[in-house]
Design a protein around this ligand. Structure first.
Ligand code: ZN
Length: 207
């Protein structure tokens, strides 16, 4: 492990994907710069891309479908990958998944099929990264800052966002992780007011 890994600080434009490496002991901060932006995110072990964030393991271990401060993100091998150590938004979604050509068609209209989607952004970022990760390496993702309450009947609802400009989440890496983000390009979802906005991603070394 390279303890002197460069610290990151970049703005991810509205609708763009981003990939980066966060070393164990570093803290990754994701800032919702303008509010109510959905940040679709996956984490992979930097050592072995076959180990990745697992919604199933994380949800069953914490007994809660929402993520917030104190949540430990587990891998598909039940190992802790990251821990949320600060959260000024208060709730993040584990169930809604990534928008795709298929969901654009089902949720909105047939002619929306060719609009940008998080799944396409994920695949584009993976193809640029040359880490050997492909379509089969896309499990269920986290939607940071997205409010997806489950009703008493067990249905998902895409509700108005509860985030706001400047709210952030801090994640301490417990292993070296590769981060894959699609800063959601969705133009059809009222949860972002039909207006994708930029986010800021930065790392710091844990005190
Ligand atoms: Zn999306």
């Amino acid at each position: 492990m390279n303890a002197a890994a460069a610290e990151l600080d970049c703005v991810v434009p509205a609708g763009e994907p981003w990939m980066g490496l966060v070393r164990a002991g570093q803290v990754l901060r994701i800032i919702d710069l303008e509010g109510n932006q959905a940040v679709d995110t996956l984490f992979y072990s930097a050592e072995d891309g076959g180990e990745h964030y697992s919604a199933q393991d994380t949800i069953s271990a914490q007994g809660n479908i929402y993520l917030t401060a104190g949540s430990v993100l587990l891998s598909n091998r039940s190992r802790p990958m990251l821990c949320i150590i600060a959260d000024t938004c208060g709730r993040h979604d584990t169930l809604g998944g990534a928008c795709s050509a298929e969901s654009n068609t089902v949720r909105y209209a047939l002619e929306k099929r060719h609009l940008h989607s998080c799944r396409d952004s994920f695949l584009l970022a993976l193809s640029r990264d040359h880490a050997g990760l492909t379509k089969r390496d896309l499990p269920s993702n986290i939607n940071f800052f997205m409010n997806v309450p489950v009703t008493a009947e067990g249905r998902l609802t895409f509700a108005d966002g509860i985030s706001a400009a400047g709210r952030y989440v801090d994640l301490e890496a417990l292993m070296d992780v590769r981060v894959l983000i699609s800063n959601c390009p969705q133009l059809n979802n009222p949860c972002n007011a039909f207006n994708p906005t930029p986010i800021r991603v930065l790392t710091r070394n844990c005190a």
